[in-house]
Ligand binder design. Sequence first.
Ligand code: GLC
Length: 592
Amino acid sequence: MSSVSDLTASKAWFHKARLGAFIHWGLYALPGGMWEGTSVPYLAEWLQSARRIPNAEYSLLAERFNPQTFDADAIVKGFSDAGMRYLVFTAKHHEGFAMWRSRVSSFNSYDATPAHRDFVAEWSRACQKHGVKLGLYYSHCLDWHEADGGDPRPCENNFGMSWGNDWDFPDQQNKNFDRYFETKVLPQLTELLSNYGEVAVLWLDCPMTVVTPRHARCILDLVHILQPNCLVNSRLCMLETLGDYGSLGDNQLPAGTTADDFPREAIITLNDSWGYKSTDHNWKSPAQVRQITLDALQSGANLLVNFGPDGDGRLTPESWAILHDLMEWQDAVGEALHSGGQSPFPQDLGWARAVADDRRLWLFPGESAPDTAVLAGVEGELQSATGTHAARIGQDTWRLDGLQALAKTQSPLRLEFTEPPRYDACPRIQNGRMRLLPAQAKLIHGEPNALAMLTDAPLGAAGEKLVGNGHSVLADNGALCDWHNPAEHCVWHIRLESGRYRLRLVTRNGAHSQPWRGDRTVEVTIGDCRLTAEIVATERLDDSHYYRAAVTDLGEIPIVHGGEFDLTIRTIHIASPDAATMQLERLELQRS
Ligand code: GLC
């Protein structure tokens, strides 16, 4: 029987913490993605699998691992100054190397290296000193060092790499995952949860279909006994939704809103690899990281920003530049960042990111914001306005000015009301536009069909995918994922004035690192008006190799008499099963 913990307080802490650091650091940091003179094509921490390096050879890296410049104290101080309230450190990644003094396996940073250091202890001490909570990542399924480590087959969709070690241990029949689980996973987790003080988060990864709900419950029981306040992420098990909060897919951006009892966490790389990769120069700019932080903030999700220290234990200069930028930004963003709030609006404002707590509303105008904007749907007695002049121009409508200056410094304006204001629950045009998210729509399911079944298997290394049983489902990122069932539709109840409206649709790949695929016809109705359109990428949104997005111009709809309407969108034809994994991210209306 599972022990039950009351995690309300932990979830409340987590929700307010909002920003954290992810640290991918292990033996793979030494080669930094390079092996025998060439660079690994994928993630640097996957080097051993990508190059099928025998354990006998890979283990030699340990003999060279002596990161003398590693200084947990300086790094954690940097995190803390940058507004980060927790970190998650890869205590053991898929390579199987323990970054602490483990009595369970000598393949660890104390016994197998000239450094003789326990890095979990070093992070833990630095965390306590700087008021940052400690989280630990542990690869509970994949372990290439062990003959019995998880070895799910087939290995497709993973760039031809093998999930499990089938180069040293090709005989899959004789692999006994239970043995690995009993003799390494549970004993090592026991060490981690017993010897390093408070562990606020246990971050598990890549459960595949190997980790059964029984295994997952064993881990949960252990956590509840040893660290009753510790939160476990949702990558615990793919076969059943377990865990205390939802992990989004790698580099998947959150939208929509977050429930108090099931927090969400987005994770981003700063270049395209988690582990240090010397040849990857595709760094995000500090401004991009700020934007992503605000996206997470307004959708109520946490954000873990990843750092991959090199083999000497140093963060790259680009990572420090981003940290320094976050530090400088704290004066402007800090109050909203840790308010525990999220957007109170039933739509995405588009021109600004919004965060509200009880009586305060912060708006962060974006680069394309006009200097003066009209904000609709907020009714209340204004006590003060900071950073803007706010003039009431209707019962629940305000004119706000000075927005461009705020956009330049990514500072918010703040409206404080004498009592909690009332936010209109019906989306309406804001500043000439309306941006609607599936997370804010009613999803009407149809019968599962043959095409729907095609995508029914859980996908994705991370186990981030929900299993829809033939239905499209709302992904943790707030998008409609596996948008594959022509019989179902999204409905938003909206308010529109008369006029002509141009519709644009944003869709994104459901599986990461794939080319963008459209191939479908959709139908949109607003009241009695109907419009069908082919989804064709007329404008690419970004070039990230993760979740590629595209914008489709659907055409125009005239609204003769203004009022309240049901706006629906459904797929009426999918040409290729490939398009079935598409995600519906948002629908935009713009007054022509
Ligand atoms: C993927 C990768 C893994 C990385 C993780 C971070 O699951 O397999 O290397 O640690 O993403 O989310």
